[in-house]
Design a binder for this molecule. Sequence first.
Ligand code: ADP
Ligand code: ADP
Length: 227
Amino acid sequence: ENIIEIKDLKKGYDNGKIKALNGMNLNVKKGEFISIMGPSGSGKSSLLNMIGGLDVADEGTINVAGIDMMKTKNLNKFRSKEIGFVFQMHNLIPNLTVVENVEIPMYETNTSSKDMRKKALALLKSVGLEDKVDQKPTKLSGGQRQRVAIARALVNNPSIILADEPTGSLDSKTGEVILNLLKDLHAKENVTLVMVTHEPYVGNMAERIVTVLDGKCLSDKKTSEST
Ligand code: ADP
Ligand code: ADP
């Protein structure tokens, strides 16, 4: 069963002068862990943005978790229900505490504030940050902030996690901690994990590597991690 189906997807910028996606095809099965790799400017972020409903494509078809992303107008509900974002762009809010940051996506749901706090604290514990819950994000290291982002991504039990360079700004040891966290998560929660990276050793942690070039899928390979 495919949770993501993308066919002939096109997205241009600057009145079409830039073709960020140029006939992209990609199917992802429910529960898969896939890496998207490719050089800078090849369309990786654009692809993630379309999957997460942060931007709309110009042509082609894209269905995510049963939603037609080309036709659906209000994607806020879809995003908060189905997608967990671990994006560097989606930064933590500096004047909120760690636990308050994790609660943000739950405001789109009917969760009581007591339950929100309970859920956020449980997730922060699961990423090893129980002693940082009342700190401001500015007091945390890069790896700790990334763990807050992961806890926040999980808070509404999304069916898909989109991670854009989750190890990007981290030293290799911290990056490994974050990757193992994502891997564990995938193993335990049966969540679909789509990760953009340009680091081969990071990409190899996935079950499948899709290489993107000039807005198209260049290759699609199973890794040794796949079962
Ligand atoms: P990658 O993530 O692989 O680096 P991107 O998807 O960010 O690639 O970018 C693909 C191409 O589209 C690049 O040439 C980039 O400069 C361009 N691009 C991406 N987003 C925008 C935007 N919002 N406005 C204009 N150009 C963009
Ligand atoms: P990454 O480091 O993941 O490749 P980028 O730094 O290329 O990401 O892009 C970050 C965000 O900025 C993306 O969501 C992309 O859509 C947007 N972006 C990229 N290139 C441009 C551009 N030339 N003009 C405006 N926005 C852009």
